[in-house]
Ligand binder design. Structure first.
Ligand code: GLN
Length: 281
């Protein structure tokens, strides 16, 4: 039995709407594209095209999973960040659009310089890899505690055709011997910043992301202390620490940075929430 594209769309929308998926229409478009290679225009103009049962079953299986709140990005296996493709697995945080600010900030400020960059808690590698791709003269090192995440970061570097250095390290354990002699122009980080007790209240999709990438300790500030106190020691004179933070913790992050660095500055996201902090050595 074969099923028409327009019926696949309708069935998908019914299933996901019923399961309470907010952007269900968009998710159906993405899954139709994954399984049938259909663009939005195809769905509109070629709704009579039909497909074999086997492909239809795989599509239905993904719809069930999405209904069970598996993140759309995990089903697609990849996601865009700064217009670049990134492989996404349950071992890494899904790249968020608000994190693009960090990359844009670096591009705006350092476009004319051959900077040395360290991306701490790199996860999928999205920040450091996007910087290297868009600012090829930069020298970029990615660090993460998770070997599984670094495997994804490595594939992402290859997929985007960039060369970066990748190191496995827990940044809460101080600076390792293999980095202690290095000095950087820019330290970038979007560290875990959710307060531990808030993890259980996150939406079900986010709870399927690695807790390691989200849990910022009791006050959500654990990693910022380490970044300001210890890791800023790797900045050159005039070098800059640039981070994303939680809307409820960014002001505290600014204070912490102010205790160890100069010009600690708060920046706001598109929703006008305090979201980023920069500071200079
Ligand atoms: N640097 C990655 C990102 O911004 C991962 C961050 C993390 O795991 N906390 O998406």
């Amino acid at each position: 039995m074969r099923t028409k594209l327009k019926d696949l769309q309708r069935q998908g929308e019914i299933i996901l709407k019923e399961r309470g998926i907010e952007n269900y229409r968009n998710d159906v478009f993405c899954l139709l594209n994954k399984h049938f290679g259909a663009s939005r225009a195809d769905i509109l103009l070629q709704g009579e095209r039909d497909f074999e049962e086997e492909t239809v079953l795989a599509y239905m299986h993904d719809l069930q999973k999405r209904g069970d709140r598996v993140p759309l990005q995990h089903l697609l296996g990849s996601w865009e960040f700064m217009g670049l493709p990134f492989i996404v697995s349950p071992d890494v945080l899904i790249p968020r659009s608000e994190t693009e600010w960090l990359v844009e900030y670096v591009l705006n400020k350092y476009a004319d310089r051959p900077i040395k960059v360290l991306d701490l808690c790199t996860g999928s590698g999205c920040i450091g890899i996007a910087v290297k791709k868009l600012l090829p003269q930069a020298e970029v090192t990615l660090v993460d505690i998770s070997a599984l995440a670094l495997e994804v970061a490595k594939q992402n570097a290859e997929q985007n055709g960039v060369e970066v250095t990748i190191e496995k390290w827990d940044i809460l354990q101080g600076i390792p011997f293999f980095l202690e002699k290095e000095r950087y122009d820019v330290l970038l980080s979007n560290p875990p910043y959710i307060k531990s007790e808030d993890l259980k209240d996150l939406q079900p999709e986010v709870q399927k992301e690695p807790a390691l990438a989200l849990d910022g300790g009791a006050d959500g500030l654990l990693y910022y202390h380490a970044l300001a106190k210890t890791w800023s020691g790797l900045l050159k004179e005039g070098g800059e620490l640039i981070v994303e933070a939680g809307e409820d913790t960014a002001e505290n992050v600014q204070k912490i940075f102010g205790e160890h660095l100069k010009d600690a500055t708060l920046h706001y996201d598109l929703a006008n929430l305090p979201r980023y902090v920069t500071a200079t050595k």
